[in-house]
Design a protein around this ligand. Structure first.
Ligand SMILES: Cc1cc2nc3c(=O)[nH]c(=O)nc-3n(C[C@H](O)[C@H](O)[C@H](O)COP(=O)(O)OP(=O)(O)OC[C@H]3O[C@@H](n4cnc5c(N)ncnc54)[C@H](O)[C@@H]3O)c2cc1C
Length: 279
């Protein structure tokens, strides 16, 4: 890592300008990137642009009818934020499962999403909350629905010189659950994870998203539509929704788990989530 330039810009514009240099990458908490650099994954890296300290990026704020979570907000910040706890518990629960305390104190939500890992824990939560990814190149801003942001594992719609500025959520009270299965109960990468969010605006809405069951996070539209048509969500309805989630999952077998186990667990996690949310 000796010959890598390290730049600490004081504005988003300056950061994006620096990122236009070939071989330059943004770094936020560094919890993921530094490990990968040490492991030799970026042999052509020329410079790191530290965006972790840029104050507009590490704020949670409201903007009319939306809540903006800055990309530089750490997991701990999200977990401890009162508005997040009251309005978006799915995201708080997802952030609570990321690594151990030291990781949660440095890992940012922007880094978690930019990594584009199918196992990234905040991603299904953001899907279930219908988040929009706010992208900037320092001069121009655009918003992309999170479901359209990922191209494949590790690949996103971000272009050179662009960063994630934040995530925009509709300011509405939701309830939610986030569950993940890993090798251990804590401090483990997900074999499969699932986020379920629900809200009522005169009628009940359900949003279900799962990770590690396809190249990118998947929504479960069949299970969502089924639940929204149910007059009561009883045990039989939960079983049916769980079956639909199993059918949606298209997992692979890899080092962490088998395809068959992941598919079965998609149903189990949805069942547990719905039981918790309907009791
Ligand atoms: C021991 C350990 C345990 C972990 N456990 C978990 C876990 O349980 N669940 C989980 O989901 N992850 C886990 N991770 C992965 C990692 O901590 C998270 O993905 C973290 O959220 C990344 O955020 P960061 O700020 O540290 O990103 P960084 O390491 O700074 O950056 C990661 C990537 O995102 C890019 N990037 C960062 N910020 C932005 C931005 N604003 N705009 C555009 N690109 C950006 C960087 O260029 C880099 O490519 C773990 C990592 C470690 C080392």
């Amino acid at each position: 890592m000796n010959n890598i330039q390290f730049i600490r810009p004081t504005s988003i514009q300056a950061a994006c300008e620096a990122l236009k240099n070939p071989g330059f990458m943004p770094v936020s908490g560094g919890s993921d990137l530094v490990v990968k650099i040490r492991n030799g994954l970026y042999p052509n890296l020329e410079g790191l642009v530290d965006i972790g300290d840029l104050s507009p990026l590490n704020l949670i704020r409201t903007d009319e009818n939306r809540v903006i979570i800055g990309s530089g907000c750490t997991m701990s910040q999200i977990i401890n934020d009162r508005l997040m706890q009251d309005y978006f518990p799915t995201l708080v629960k997802a952030a609570s499962t990321v690594g151990a305390m030291q990781i949660r104190n440095s890992a940012t939500i922007g880094g978690n999403v930019a990594n584009a890992s199918p196992a990234g824990d905040t991603i299904p939560a953001l899907y279930s909350l219908e988040a929009r990814v706010m992208i900037t190149d320092g001069n121009n801003a655009r918003k992309v629905p999170i479901e359209e942001f990922f191209l494949s594992p590790g690949k996103t719609k971000l272009e050179a010189g662009e960063i994630i500025e934040g995530f925009s959520l509709l300011f509405r009270k939701t309830r939610g659950e986030f569950l993940k299965l890993g090798e251990r109960r804590a401090h483990a990468i997900s074999k499969i994870n699932m986020a379920v969010s629900t809200w009522n605006d005169g009628r009940d809405h359900w949003r279900i998203a799962m990770g590690s069951v396809a190249p990118t996070v998947l929504r479960c539209p069949e299970a969502e539509e089924y639940l929204e048509k149910c007059a009561t969500i009883d045990d039989a309805a939960i079983d049916k929704a769980a079956e639909l989630a199993c059918n949606t999952a298209k997992p692979i077998s890899d080092l962490r788990s088998t395809s068959a186990y992941r598919k079965k667990m998609a149903g189990v996690l949805l069942k547990r989530s719905l039981q918790a949310l309907t009791k």
